[in-house]
Design a protein around this ligand. Structure first.
Ligand SMILES: CC(C)(COP(=O)(O)OP(=O)(O)OC[C@H]1O[C@@H](n2cnc3c(N)ncnc32)[C@H](O)[C@@H]1OP(=O)(O)O)[C@@H](O)C(=O)NCCC(=O)NCCS
Length: 141
């Protein structure tokens, strides 16, 4: 992902999340040197991921698939790529947070070997206040 991709990334982000990241958040992730990747076909961005990795731990910060491309196996493929990139960065564990109401993402993570290890109360903004996050982790060893 480069700054030039952010227009297209934001078009997807704003369609798939009720509380999307801002362009500034993506820009900050790029400038911080996080692993920000886009997955393209014929120069169209179909999906993207943002991961940080340091001190043996990796954190999946964002995973998005274009609304018209969801349910075709792309999310699983991107998640597997993220796990591979995390291993290449010498991480032995991949962590992520997911909204408690996001059953599709939860199913994906569970199917890919993640375990629920905790809950963060009121972690996300929500329509009527705040929503809890579930914390998932998976060994990469
Ligand atoms: C969550 C997301 C990344 C999954 O990507 P995807 O390409 O749609 O998912 P895949 O086609 O790879 O499916 C992977 C698994 O997710 C689950 N899943 C996908 N679509 C589903 C649906 N409509 N209903 C229930 N489960 C579903 C299934 O477990 C599926 O595995 P299976 O096909 O073996 O049953 C994607 O839907 C998305 O971008 N959602 C909006 C943003 C988001 O919630 N990101 C995650 C934040 S933590």
């Amino acid at each position: 992902m480069t700054e030039a991709d952010l227009k297209d990334v934001m078009l997807i982000e704003e369609q798939i999340y009720p509380h999307p990241w801002s362009r500034k958040i993506f820009r900050d992730c790029l400038r911080t040197g996080y692993e920000c990747r886009v997955y393209e076909a014929a120069e169209d961005i179909l999906a993207y991921s943002v991961m940080s990795a340091a001190a043996g731990e990796a954190h999946l910060l964002n995973l998005g698939v274009h609304p018209q491309q969801q349910g075709k196996g792309l999310g699983r493929l991107v998640l597997q790529q993220v796990m591979q990139h995390a291993r290449e960065k010498s991480a032995d564990t991949l962590f992520l947070e997911v909204r408690i109401s996001n059953h599709i993402a939860r199913r994906l993570y569970e199917a890919e070997g993640f375990n629920e290890i905790g809950q963060r109360f009121g972690y996300y903004p929500a329509e009527n206040g705040r929503e809890d996050a579930l914390v998932f982790a998976r060994s990469l060893l």
